[in-house]
Design a protein around this ligand. Structure first.
Ligand code: ADP
Length: 444
């Protein structure tokens, strides 16, 4: 871009320079030729009046020394007849007609024509006509062309040099900054810093960017702290409300009071689940998610989770396809239960038309892969990468399916802490399968 601009600007400058140079040459030539014609005119008056042809020829012959560019000069009497003529050697005589105006000139690409009448105070006694070769014009054009080429080469060279310096000192640091920003945005790791090089504008920009990132990190921490404190403060009164509702459920026998208590209980359970999730998120953020690793029977745990989930739905049939029996594993039983329960409740929640939910367990060398498949709504491809992020919910989902986008985030953190993996395969036509793998013994 810079080189192109330089070429355009240089081209325009050279064009303007060449134009004024050629114009100046032509103007100088017209001025000097008109002056010569005036001198010839005034010195030829007496020769024309006394019909002294010889003196007239002599006057014209002097032109060879005075101005070698004059190739034809014709002195005419007042009737337009040629009185004397000079033609430079090697040139053809030029036929002039008697001028209509006192002083006139005409320019062609190769010649300048001067046509002046010769007057005394009383009358017109004749005319002088000159044909002047513009031979210098070609030389000027050639010189200008050479200068233009040299200027262009030097100009483009300089523009390249400046562009390289520009690239090194401005574009590269800006591109580096853009790359770091993109990396930060994609990884959501706002702790990253940009290296500050120098104290110039780029340095200031990098510094300000780092300050901004520190501010973002601080406000994230404040938000996480708030979530942690608020959830903690809500947990105690909610546990108490739940206990009173359980008491009420036992004593209340009359309708519709029984139904009201039941509804209140259900909603308190939802609220309590949200608070547990938020507390887990705070623990994860603070790096305080503790695992209580012990050996337990995974097959038994999965069967138990399936039985509990089946109690919550009549539209779905939950099938256990696991071939492994009494599969033992070293892991945090409660946390793995939390993952299985979450995947099962999602499978039920996001397949509103019912059908089967299939759970499978496959042992592969030193790890176990557990999968939960449903025939539900499926997850669009762009969302699949993001559903394990905090507070992320897929964009397309039917109205009325509630949630906060925390379950899968917590599941993925639990699995990561067990040095396992969690992933999803989904398609609107075949439904969704969530997989997670766990090492049989994470300490090995
Ligand atoms: P929540 O269900 O509370 O929104 P999750 O973290 O459990 O939060 O799930 C995140 C998102 O992933 C959900 O909002 C939903 O869009 C999508 N999702 C999870 N499980 C399924 C599933 N089995 N089928 C379709 N979409 C699902």
């Amino acid at each position: 871009m810079q080189v192109l601009t330089t070429v355009i600007v240089l081209g325009l400058c050279i064009g303007a320079f060449v134009y004024t140079d050629i114009k100046g040459y032509k103007e100088r030539k017209i001025k000097s030729s008109v002056a010569i014609a005036d001198v010839i005119g005034s010195t030829s008056i007496s020769a024309l009046q006394f019909l002294d042809n010889e003196s007239a020829i002599k006057i014209l012959a002097n032109l060879e020394q005075v101005e070698p560019d004059i190739v034809n000069a014709v002195l005419m009497d007042n009737k337009g007849n040629v009185f004397a003529r000079y033609t430079r050697e090697g040139y053809k005589p030029y036929k002039f007609s008697f001028p209509q105006v006192d002083k006139g000139y005409n320019l062609t690409p190769e010649y300048l024509y001067i046509t002046n009448t010769i007057r005394t105070e009383k009358e017109t006694v004749g005319a002088i006509c000159l044909q002047v070769e513009l031979g210098q014009l070609e030389v000027i054009r050639e010189q200008n062309f050479q200068i233009a080429i040299i200027l262009l080469i030097v100009g483009i060279g300089l523009a390249f040099l400046i562009a390289i310096l520009n690239q090194q000192y401005i574009s590269q640091p800006i591109l580096y900054l853009v790359n770091v920003m993109r990396r930060i945005r994609e990884s959501e790791n706002y702790q990253q810093h940009v290296e500050v090089k120098g104290k110039d504008e780029i340095g200031t920009l990098s510094n300000e960017f780092n300050n901004l990132m520190e501010e973002v990190v601080r406000s994230h921490q404040k938000k996480d702290e708030f979530i942690g404190v608020a959830s903690h403060e809500l947990k105690t009164p909610l546990t108490s409300i739940k206990a009173y509702l359980q008491l009420l459920e036992k004593v209340e026998k009359e309708m519709p009071n029984v139904m009201y208590v039941q509804k209140a209980h259900e909603n308190v359970e939802k609220l309590q689940q949200l608070i547990f999730d938020l507390l887990d998120v705070s623990k994860i953020q603070a790096g305080q998610l503790q695992l209580n690793i012990k050996a337990f029977n995974l097959s038994e745990l999965i069967s138990q989770c399936i039985m509990d989930a089946q109690l919550s739905t009549t539209k779905h049939t939950i099938i256990n396809r696991s071939k492994e029996e009494d599969q033992m594993i070293f892991a945090d039983r409660n946390r793995i239960e939390q993952v299985v329960v979450n995947l099962l409740s999602n499978a039920i929640k996001y397949s509103p038309h019912g059908k089967e939910v299939i759970v499978n367990t496959v042992k592969e060398d030193s790890k176990i892969v557990i999968s939960v498949h449903d025939n539900g709504l499926g997850i669009p491809k762009p969302d699949q990468k993001k559903i394990f992020e905090r507070f992320y919910r897929a964009q397309e989902r039917p109205f009325g399916i509630s949630g906060f986008g925390l379950g899968l985030y917590i599941c993925s953190e639990i699995i990561k802490r067990h040095r396992g993996k969690i992933w999803v395969e989904s398609d609107a036509s075949t439904g969704t399968t969530f997989y997670f793998s766990l090492p049989v013994n994470p300490r090995q």
